[in-house]
Write a protein of this length. Structure first.
Length: 223
C-alpha cells in the first residue's frame, strides 16, 4: 500500500523539487507531508524558479508545435506545460491535460474558466490508462511522470493506438543519478531502459535533446 501511495504521489508531482530553494534532495515521505495541502503544492509547481531548470521555452521550441495539433500532456499537474501548449496549437488545436489527481483537475478547470480557454480539455485518468480518444493524438508529452506510470508496456500500446499517423511520444524524465532535484535514484527509470521499452514495443527513437541539466529528453515515433 505504501508503494502505491508513493506511486500516485509522484505521478501528480511532475517537478516538485525544481521549485525548491534548497539543493537538498527530499524523500518521498517529506514530499507527501508537503503536499497534503493542494494550494501549497500548486504554488510550488508554479514557482518561477522552476523555469531555470525546466526551460519550458526551450522545450517548446524544440518540439516545433504546429497550429491545429492535438497534444496530450500526461501528468499535467497544475497545467505548467499544458497551458503553454495551448498558445501554440491555436483555436483549431486541442490540449488534453491528463492527471490522476482530482485536485489538479479542479485547479486547471478553474484556470480554463477564468482565462476563457477553448482549446484545453482536462481528463481525470486512471493510473494505467490515459482515457483519451482513440486515434486522435498528434503528440503525447510526458514530463517527469513516466517512472511512475503503472503497466508501462501496456501504456505504450495504448498510446500507439491513440496516435495519429506520424505522431510522437515525448519523454522528459530525471536522469537516474544523484541530483539536487527530483525523486531519489531508486524511484527513477534510466534513459536506456526507457529507450529499450519503447523500441521493444513498436517505437523507434528519432530525436533527443541534451540541453536540460537534470533530465533526458527523448522523442519516439511508431515504426
Amino acid at each position: 500500500m505504501k508503494k502505491l501511495v508513493n506511486l500516485c504521489l509522484w505521478l501528480v508531482l511532475p517537478s516538485l523539487l525544481l521549485a525548491q530553494n534548497t539543493p537538498k534532495q527530499k524523500t518521498a515521505e517529506e514530499i507527501q507531508k508537503i503536499h497534503q495541502d493542494a494550494k501549497t503544492y500548486i504554488s510550488l509547481l508554479e514557482n518561477p524558479q522552476r523555469d531555470e531548470e525546466q526551460k519550458p521555452h526551450e522545450v517548446i521550441t524544440a518540439l516545433s508545435i504546429k497550429s491545429g495539433e492535438a497534444i496530450a500532456d500526461i501528468g499535467a499537474g497544475s497545467g505548467y506545460f499544458a497551458f503553454r501548449f495551448a498558445r501554440h496549437v491555436g483555436d483549431n488545436g486541442r490540449v488534453y491535460a491528463v492527471d490522476i489527481s482530482p485536485d489538479m483537475i479542479l485547479h486547471m478547470n478553474r484556470y480554463i474558466s477564468e482565462a476563457k480557454l477553448n482549446n484545453v480539455i482536462t481528463v481525470l485518468s486512471a493510473e494505467d490508462n490515459p482515457l483519451l480518444p482513440a486515434v486522435g493524438i498528434d503528440r503525447f508529452f510526458i514530463c517527469n511522470t513516466w517512472h511512475h506510470i503503472q503497466k508501462q508496456e501496456n501504456y505504450i500500446g495504448l498510446m500507439k493506438k491513440m496516435l495519429k499517423p506520424g505522431g510522437q511520444v515525448v519523454i522528459l524524465d530525471y536522469k537516474k543519478e544523484e541530483l539536487p532535484v527530483g525523486p531519489p535514484p531508486e524511484m527513477k527509470i534510466g534513459r536506456g531502459e526507457v529507450v529499450q521499452q519503447f523500441e521493444s514495443n513498436g517505437f523507434k527513437l528519432t530525436g533527443e535533446h541534451t540541453f536540460l541539466p537534470y533530465q533526458y529528453f527523448l522523442i519516439f515515433v511508431p515504426r
